[in-house]
Write a protein that binds this ligand. Structure first.
Ligand code: SAM
Ligand code: SF4
Length: 326
């Protein structure tokens, strides 16, 4: 079976699958006015997800990340996790969540097959957390992180969108927080989308400013493995935790791209900042459609460009990341 490799010899062993675009938070950079439904279509069903993941797995996909919107708002989340985890060829199931349901449900997610978890937390300051996410729930996310360790996750990854004037001064506090904890804190540079240009121009700051401070304080960049994605990871002998930097505006960021995305409505997105995506849903209705699905993936992949055009201010068709599954 042909593998998911593009004309630039990038191998796509990682699928990011959005299972809903609904969200209960109002992050300023993503859904500042909250979620408003813009379509009447139902999200991918469990059988559609099963057929989709099975098709990807036959072509070399080994890792699936469940995302959204907020994936934990789906009532059948545990069934989805179990379905993905038991698909032959899938070695790792990860999920990105805003942490809202984590304290309550993370043990069930783990029992259903979740191997790795990323939780978004943009500030250690409760007021700033509220300001950025629209919800006064830092305490809830914090107890969710504790619950994840209690449930047996050895490491928790925390996503923090770096924003000048909002949380960029919190590096010291974040470092103190991860010193005794096996947390990989990942600073993600704020990305421009169709909906957020004013916020982007006011608050974008390069992750290089964090990198300079880390290097000055004795942090060391870990050697990247060929299967690693675009995050650059730093460690320090005195710290249990690690720092990751995701800097999509760096040149060559896309050289290490290893992921494809499918939206909650079943559209294949070759890039977070690509165009409308190609429709896969009609090919997910029966298991015997697998050859057609495989051919559709190969045809689409042949058109994947070498990189996005974010640095030129071109955000493709992406209004906000909740629609594509960030
Ligand atoms: N709702 C879940 C959450 O927030 O973790 C999963 C979906 S969310 C779209 C995935 C990740 O994308 C989150 O870590 C979020 O902070 C990040 N994100 C969303 N919009 C972004 C933007 N404009 N720039 C950088 N990161 C963004
Ligand atoms: Fe919701 Fe995640 Fe977007 Fe925040 S970043 S509004 S939690 S989808």
């Amino acid at each position: 079976m042909p593998q998911l490799v593009d004309q630039y010899q990038r191998k796509f062993e990682y699928l990011r699958l959005s299972i809903t675009d609904v969200c209960n938070f109002k992050c300023t950079y993503c859904l500042p006015d909250g979620y408003h439904r813009q379509h009447k279509k139902a999200f991918l069903t469990l059988p559609e997800i099963r057929h989709l993941v099975a098709g990807f797995a036959t072509m070399g996909t080994q890792k699936v990340r469940i995302t959204g919107g907020e994936p934990s708002l789906r009532r059948d989340l545990c069934d989805i996790l179990e379905t993905v985890k038991t698909t032959p060829g899938i070695a790792k199931v990860a999920m990105t969540t805003n942490g809202y349901r984590m304290a309550r449900d993370v043990a069930d997610w783990r029992r259903s097959g979740l191997d790795a978890i990323n939780v978004s937390m943009d500030s250690l300051d409760a007021k700033m957390f509220h300001q950025i996410t629209g919800e006064n729930l830092l305490h809830k996310v914090m107890s969710g992180i504790d619950a994840a360790f209690d449930a047996g996750f050895e490491q928790v990854k925390v996503n923090t969108v770096l924003m000048k004037g909002l949380n960029s001064h919190e590096l010291g506090a974040f470092l103190a927080w991860i010193k005794p904890r096996n947390i990989q804190l990942r600073f993600i540079e704020l990305m421009q989308t169709g909906d957020n240009p004013a916020l982007f121009h006011a608050h974008h700051v390069s992750g290089a400013t964090i990198m300079a401070q880390l290097l000055e304080q004795g942090w060391i960049e870990k050697v990247r493995q060929p299967t690693d994605g675009p995050a650059r990871v730093f460690c320090h002998p005195d710290y249990q935790g690690e720092i990751g930097l995701i800097m999509p505006y760096e040149s060559h960021f896309c050289d290490s791209c290893n992921r494809l995305r499918v939206s909650a409505l079943g559209r294949l997105h070759l890039c977070l900042f690509g165009e409308q995506g190609s429709e896969l849903r009609p090919l997910l209705q029966h298991s015997h459609q697998q050859p057609e699905l495989q051919q559709a993936l190969l045809t689409a992949l042949a058109t994947k460009g070498p990189s996005h055009h974010l640095a030129q201010g071109d955000v493709g068709g992406t209004q906000h990341l909740a629609s594509v599954g960030g």
